[in-house]
Write a protein that binds this ligand. Structure first.
Ligand SMILES: [Zn+2]
Length: 114
């Protein structure tokens, strides 16, 4: 739902993965099952992630548009994005990669609850 772009416009792949991590919500969780409280936490997380990306400068945002999304300063500090198999910075569990539709999504199975 986050990536559909109808509900929350402008939340790209990287931001969606990062915001869900920050909010502790697993990307496979159905939107309808997320409590109001967690939705609020997610809303805050999206704001935080976007603000952080903007702080890094406009060139960062441009870098995000490459085909693999693999460049960009912000990404070097990503909590989960493109870090599959690496240790979660919070708990040390290996970050997982799943595909939802055409999109790659990254998450920590320990920090992010269904
Ligand atoms: Zn973790």
């Amino acid at each position: 739902m986050l990536l559909a772009g109808e509900v929350v416009v402008g939340v790209g792949n990287i931001y969606a993965s990062e915001a869900l991590f920050l909010a502790g919500i697993r990307p496979t969780t159905r939107a309808l099952r997320i409590s109001r409280q967690r939705v609020e936490r997610l809303r805050e997380a999206i704001r935080t992630v976007l603000a952080r990306a903007v702080e890094k400068g406009g060139s960062t945002l441009k870098d995000f548009s490459n085909a693999h999304g693999e460049s960009g300063y912000f990404q070097l500090e990503a909590a989960v994005y493109a870090r599959q198999g690496e240790d979660c910075r919070v708990c040390g569990t290996a970050i997982r990669l799943i595909r939802q539709g055409q999109r790659a999504t990254f998450y920590c199975p320990t920090c992010q609850k269904p």
